[in-house]
Design a protein around this ligand. Structure first.
Ligand SMILES: Cc1cc2nc3c(=O)[nH]c(=O)nc-3n(C[C@H](O)[C@H](O)[C@H](O)COP(=O)(O)O)c2cc1C
Length: 361
């Protein structure tokens, strides 16, 4: 396969096809208003992305409840007051020719009290003096995910991406280390996956057959077990519950270090599964045209661009113009990001990412 294959369209089980294989990964830029409303900075960033040649653009992690918050100035989708801002974003993305998805997020036990977050652990042992979410509490959060998806549809998004990565609530429930529940949401792997399944199935039921559902999954840390995640993914593929799996790797070439898949790439553990028309993409250090092309050879249907897109907004257009395109070397100066159109708030966020912004610049 060659880099030019990245520009072939991709159909999904539901909704419209993606015009190419580039998906903008979710990026929390912490530039929304304090109540989660999309700010002028969010609008500007999304308008830039909309003109950058992506096939699908995901928003940053958006809170499905006010208490779900993990980051200051995080985007919200938990109230109808967020609709006008979200509608403007969806409209700008559509105008630019890409598909759009809101990433639905709940921070679980890592919800931040000082920001109005209400920590919601799967287990009573995770946080001192904080009880595990009750069964009714889990059902309430599930319904909040579904309500948020309905809002995304109302705002004109093509779909949602369900955040099941990085130890946030759905990932937390999947983990045998963080979930010691004895109700229907804990115990065996089927029970630990029930929360995720009910969210996905509920969204499909509420939002209909034209709406796209993505699921973001990470593998490392939080006590997650690769063998179990593979089993859950196989069931989700087999039942065709989602349109795309977004594998959130930190390095798309990462090898499995232990267990039955030791020595294989983490990616291959999932690309080997029968997909039944569900599409699979991966994130993780995709910084060049060649690496993006290679991932199609490794079995991906599409690639997710994150840091490379912050460095150079129109990564897909750069790749189109130059099949040998490579991202600028890190770290870069704040001025470089400023000239590229990044807001001061977003630059401040990027200062928190090791080796991204040159210190003192
Ligand atoms: C500034 C920044 C914000 C991020 N915000 C989110 C987010 O809101 N949701 C999410 O699932 N991942 C988030 N990520 C992870 C990225 O989507 C991506 O998976 C990760 O950065 C690896 O891809 P990369 O090597 O191309 O950067 C974020 C990453 C960065 C650098």
């Amino acid at each position: 396969m060659s880099v030019s294959d990245l520009f072939k369209p991709l159909t999904f089980l539901h909704g419209s096809p993606m015009r190419n294989r580039f998906m903008m990964a979710p990026l929390t830029s912490q530039q929304s208003d304090f109540d989660g409303t999309a700010s002028q900075y969010d609008q500007f960033w999304m308008e830039q992305l909309a003109q950058s040649g992506y096939g699908l653009i995901q928003t940053s992690a958006s809170t499905v409840e006010a208490g779900a918050i993990a980051f200051e100035r995080q985007l919200g989708i938990h109230s109808d007051k967020h609709l006008p801002g979200l509608t403007k974003i969806a409209t700008a993305i559509r105008k630019g020719g890409a598909l759009s998805a809101v990433q639905l997020h709940h921070a679980g036990h890592r919800a931040v009290l000082s920001l109005g977050g209400i920590p919601a652990p799967a287990s009573g042992k995770t946080l001192k003096n904080v009880k595990a979410l009750s069964t009714e509490g889990v059902e309430r959060v599930r319904d909040s995910f579904i309500e948020a998806a309905k809002r995304a549809k109302l705002a004109g998004f093509d779909g949602v991406s369900v955040h099941g990565a990085f130890g946030w609530i759905l990932s937390e429930f999947l983990s045998p280390n963080l979930n010691d529940r004895t109700d229907k949401y804990g115990g065996n792997v089927e029970n630990r996956a029930r929360f995720t399944m009910e969210v996905i199935e509920g969204i499909r039921k509420a939002c209909g057959s034209d709406f796209q559902i993505g699921w973001r999954l990470s593998i490392e840390r939080y006590g997650l077990r690769l063998e179990e995640l593979r089993e859950i993914t196989a069931a989700i593929f087999d039942k065709q519950l989602i349109d795309y799996l977004d594998l959130a790797l930190w390095d798309s070439a990462q090898l499995v270090r232990e267990g039955s898949f030791q020595g294989k790439t983490m990616l291959s553990v999932f690309t080997e599964l029968p997909r039944k028309g569900v599409r699979l993409g991966a994130a993780g250090k995709i910084m060049s045209a060649q690496r993006a092309g290679e991932l199609l050879d490794e079995g991906c249907d599409f690639v997710l661009i994150a840091r490379a897109g912050i460095l150079q907004r129109d990564f897909p257009l750069q790749v189109k113009a130059n099949p040998m395109y490579d991202s600028p070397q890190l770290p870069v100066t704040a001025d470089f990001l400023r000239e590229g159109g990044l807001s001061e708030r977003f630059i401040e966020t990027m200062r928190g990412w090791q080796t991204f912004v040159k210190p003192g610049s």
